[in-house]
Design a protein around this ligand. Structure first.
Ligand code: TNX
Length: 518
């Protein structure tokens, strides 16, 4: 017993020595594997070291900046054990510290950009707005060894190469969609996902809250939507829904990470869960049965009944009140059993309801068949001619082309989850496209950004979702953030490979694609 103890301690000690001697001090900042790739990185050939004396100083007393500093401290303290504290200051701190500053002197950084200056003495993170500081904090995390992502105490040293990073996003909208209707995902799963989005500087979470298979958010004036319509999901499981309190908790958690939540209530199609809950919403006046299959395009609200618009007004009113973000997503896709002469006036009227509740309209590309209201945005997923109709009406386009950006598509024919009706999308295919040149007639100036939708017919828990999300989400994050001219698969795949260790440390169940040398 004693002997084997001694033996294993020797092995353990040797392992630590090997690890320490194998991790040379980082001296070249341009070798850091940051995703998304920053706009500019200049190296200075030295390094900064976190020590037991390092603290995080924020300029002034702003609660928001203190919260960002605390976010960084909470990430660094468990693995380093260094006990970094957040302090407010109005002057440059002593050597060995991290300083967070808001300054409007550098307009190029915009609302989300930051500059990170690392010297052997100090890390100075400057931004025009708090969101930029938050993204600079994510960069600091990625500059440290992968084990910084673990929540248990790890061996140092904790060093960062010196130099300057200047960085800001290409697009204002960098999002992903979670379909919580086909299979329900609880608050904890969504919060973990929000952290994953923020880690890669993504800033929108679109929640697909209703579909044929389930209604997933409490509407107090129409309680049967969730009491009945929330009770199942694909495959016949028990489903579920968010209470308004839980929904607000998600919105707040996201906002603290500079992620805007966009609620989607899909209509007039994809509405069986509502039609099963309230007979009066049906053309026939008779409630349908709950549905747990995966067909699309068979349901429609009764577009010529007044009660339908009362229903929509109530739903939009309650959700808009819980939604600080600017958009309300009205769906509008695949309404195959709604006549086009009913669909168009329906979409026109629903847009007015959304505007009346102070939100901008977002909808799948089919909504461009109607007369778009000012500030409406069309989400291009299927038909370029619809997106072009939107542009012709002065609308902006959100790029989610199913052949490239549908993160529910399988990687290849051996993938265990996912669909392949649009394409097989390997990790390189997901990365190798440019939203601004994909559709002739839709250019950079028409596009607000990109979104990767994760439809959930084939996935029912966090691990299954992560298999489809990772490692493609990183590519979408980079497409949204980094200028197209700086992106190149051969260089990117090396950075992505280095994120394998980070994903493992974060307990992400990613798909180890053979396109990447992990
Ligand atoms: C098409 S994308 C749909 C969804 C499905 C998805 C599966 C869109 C606007 N409609 O209802 O879940 O394909 O990939």
């Amino acid at each position: 017993m004693k002997k084997s103890f001694t033996f294993s301690s020797v092995i353990a000690a040797a392992t630590v020595l090997v690890q320490v001697s194998c991790t040379p001090t980082p001296m070249d900042l341009t070798k850091a594997n940051i995703i998304p790739k920053p706009v500019s990185v200049v190296q200075a050939g030295e390094s900064f070291k976190l020590t037991g004396r390092t603290n995080i100083y924020v300029q002034g007393e702003s609660a928001e900046l203190i919260q960002i500093g605390q976010f960084l401290a909470d990430k660094l303290n468990p693995p380093t054990g260094l006990g970094l504290e957040v302090k407010s200051t109005d002057k440059a701190p002593r050597s060995g510290n991290i300083l967070l500053v808001i300054s409007e002197a550098d307009p190029e950084l915009g609302d989300e950009g930051y500059e990170l200056v690392i010297t052997p003495k100090l890390i100075t993170l400057t931004a025009g707005k708090p969101a930029g500081l938050f993204y600079g904090v994510q960069t600091i995390r990625q500059l440290l060894p992968a084990k910084i992502e673990l929540d248990s105490l790890q061996e140092g040293p904790w060093e960062i190469a010196s130099g300057t990073i200047r960085d800001y996003p290409l697009y204002v909208y960098r999002g992903a969609m979670r379909d919580v209707a086909r299979h329900f995902f609880g608050v904890e799963d969504i919060k973990i996902f929000i952290d994953q989005l923020a880690y890669y500087k993504m800033n929108v979470l679109h929640l697909h809250l209703s579909d044929d298979q389930g209604w997933r958010v409490e509407i107090k004036s129409w309680p049967n939507l969730t009491a009945h319509g929330g009770k199942t999901q694909v495959g016949g499981g028990e489903g579920g829904f968010y209470t308004q309190e839980q929904y607000s908790d998600i919105v707040k958690y996201a906002a603290e990470r500079y992620v805007t939540v966009i609620p989607e209530i899909d209509m007039p199609g994809h509405t069986n869960a509502a039609l099963a809950s309230y007979p009066e919403l049906n053309i026939s006046g008779v409630a349908t049965e709950l549905y747990s299959g995966t067909e699309v395009g068979f349901s429609t609200l009764a577009t010529d009944k007044e009660i339908t618009y009362k229903f929509i007004d109530d739903v939009v009113s309650e959700l808009a009140a819980l939604t600080p973000g600017p958009y309300f997503h009205i769906g509008g896709d695949e309404s195959h059993v709604t006549k086009i002469e009913d669909y168009i006036p329906f979409v026109n009227r629903v847009q007015d309801i959304v505007l009346a509740h102070g939100k901008k309209v977002l909808g799948w590309d089919e909504i461009a068949l109607a007369t778009l209201k000012p500030d409406a945005t069309v989400q291009y997923w299927a038909r370029a001619e619809n997106a072009l109709k939107g542009v012709a009406q002065g609308a902006k386009v959100l790029m989610s082309p199913s052949k490239y950006a549908y993160i529910d598509m399988q990687y290849d024919s051996t993938s265990i989850y996912g669909l392949h009706w649009a394409a097989y999308i390997e990790v390189d295919d997901a990365y190798n496209w440019d939203p601004a040149t994909l559709v002739p007639g839709i250019g950079r100036e028409n596009i607000i950004g990109i979104e990767a939708p994760l439809w959930a017919e084939t996935i029912s828990n966090r691990q299954e979702a992560e298999y489809l999300l990772f490692p493609r989400l990183q590519g979408y994050a980079e497409i949204g953030w980094t200028p197209a001219g700086l992106r190149n698969w051969d260089e990117y795949k090396v950075r992505l490979a280095s994120h394998g260790e980070r994903m493992k440390a974060q307990k992400i169940s990613f798909y180890p694609s053979t396109k990447v040398d992990w």
